[in-house]
Design a protein around this ligand. Structure first.
Ligand code: HEC
Length: 139
């Protein structure tokens, strides 16, 4: 009898661990971004210029517009098919992030947001996209 109780307890403790682990993993995909501190102060090596903004716009149209929309409002055609919000780049909250934080998000991705260090392998390309995203009007 005692050993049955022990087994049941072991099973329920095990289930509890699996349950908390899956909740933690879900929080990782759906919750806040886990941005390493060093990115907050990382300096954008690509100066804001007509050229870099135009480069960023080209890359954005090719890789980002389908989800994030022409104006970065998170309303691209693909956004409707995702069970996650694509965010709105024109909000004060979004624009209050540093260039480095946005660079991290673009490079590493999270959940349905792909990691672009593969498809846009040049760091400076991703920094140019940051410069372009900065041109979205702040609400
Ligand atoms: C397949 C659709 C998809 C594509 C393509 C995509 N994104 Fe995203 N993006 C998302 C989703 C979904 C999120 C929200 C992720 C989350 O919070 O779990 C996101 C989040 C972001 C964020 C963080 C927003 C915030 O509120 O802090 C940035 C920045 C971003 N994307 C930039 C880009 C850029 C730049 C590109 C192109 C190089 C791109 N994304 C391509 C779906 C996409």
């Amino acid at each position: 009898m005692k050993s049955l109780q022990f087994k049941l307890m072991t099973v329920s403790v095990g289930m509890f661990f699996i349950f908390s682990l899956s909740t933690m993993l879900q929080a990782q995909t759906a919750g806040a971004w886990n941005i390493p501190a060093k990115y907050k102060t990382l300096k954008n090596p690509v100066a804001v210029s007509k050229e870099s903004v135009a480069d960023g716009k080209d890359l954005y149209s090719k890789h980002c517009k389908s989800c994030h929309g022409t104006k970065g409002l998170g309303d691209g055609p693909k956004a409707a098919t995702l069970d996650a919000s694509c965010s709105d780049f024109s909000t004060k909250k979004f624009q209050a992030q540093t260039d480095g934080e946005i660079f991290f998000q673009i490079s590493e991705g999270k959940g349905k947001m792909p990691a672009f260090k593969k498809n846009v392998p040049e760091d400076n390309g991703r920094w140019a996209v940051v410069n372009y995203i900065r041109t979205q009007a702040v609400k």
